[in-house]
Design a protein around this ligand. Structure first.
Ligand SMILES: [Zn+2]
Length: 267
């Protein structure tokens, strides 16, 4: 089966840690989610966007017009939240998982590895996630181990990299396979070198305090993984960024401003 992909622009956000760390600034990050429409009329979403509160940093802002609200944007395609049966979460970072709870009828595909890796988080990386986006939805989260076809012409691949359980969705289109690659090429190695340890102590006790997790969250995730049979890591194959690049398939990323000029794929 073939699909058409509609990149949905949901605005810009900026996060900076001024004046404490003037170099640690992410400005006007373009953010996209993707509507994947099958020839059978079924609509699938990839990621659910960033929040309009709770942008993490010491100086933060966002720009989102009312039309860029995810549900308003879907209305332009004749779709309501309840028309979306499945949502693929490339990973669980806060800027990809806001709005999940507005999709009251959806099941969510997440790699089990993403949840397992949360149990071994670098404490500072707790601030990259908002458990409140998805903890109330565990009974609607469908855990995936590695690569899996979710519908004819739609296949998930575990890539790791950006987060240990990061996944991408390969979509069969009339112009060939397209990989919706989330944040695949980005990693934080360089970032961590820019951030002195005393900064995190200061941030943890000050402006970042509310972004650290309740210890109960870790216990709940662990219990859920155990009862669902996903606590132990099976031998799973990954398709990392290098492998995706080598595949020669078209790669579409979540924060690429060039998508503003691409209303649909195939064009
Ligand atoms: Zn991310």
């Amino acid at each position: 089966m073939y699909y058409v992909i509609y990149p949905i622009f949901e605005g810009l956000f900026s996060v900076s840690f001024q004046p404490e760390l003037p170099d640690l600034t992410f400005e006007n990050i373009h953010s996209f989610v993707f509507l994947v429409l099958g020839e059978d009329g079924e609509a699938i979403l990839v990621d659910t966007g960033f929040p309009t509160q709770d942008v993490r940093g010491t100086t933060f802002s966002f720009h989102k017009t009312p039309q860029q609200d995810i549900l308003v944007a879907l209305q332009q395609h004749g779709l309501a939240a309840a028309d979306i049966p499945y949502i693929v979460q490339t990973h669980l970072h806060w800027d990809h998982t806001a709005n999940m709870q507005r999709f009251t009828h959806a099941s969510f595909y997440v790699q089990a590895e993403e949840f397992r890796s949360l149990l071994q988080l670098n404490p500072n990386e707790e601030t990259y996630y908002s458990p409140s986006n998805w903890m109330p939805l565990l009974n609607r989260i469908h855990l995936i181990e590695g690569s899996q076809e979710i519908k004819p012409g739609l296949r998930l691949f575990l890539t790791g990299g950006h987060t240990p359980g990061h996944q991408v969705l390969e979509v069969n289109t009339r112009s060939g396979p397209v990989i919706l690659g989330g944040d695949l090429p980005f990693n934080y190695d360089q970032l961590w070198k820019m951030v002195p340890e005393q900064f995190w102590t200061w941030y943890r006790n000050g402006p970042g305090k509310k972004y650290y997790w309740d210890p109960q969250t870790f216990k709940s995730i662990e219990n859920w993984l155990r009862t669902s049979g996903h606590y132990e890591r099976p031998a799973i194959e990954k398709m990392d960024y290098q492998a995706v690049k080598k595949s020669g398939k078209r790669l579409i990323l979540s924060h690429d401003p060039r998508l503003l000029k691409i209303p649909r794929i195939p064009e």
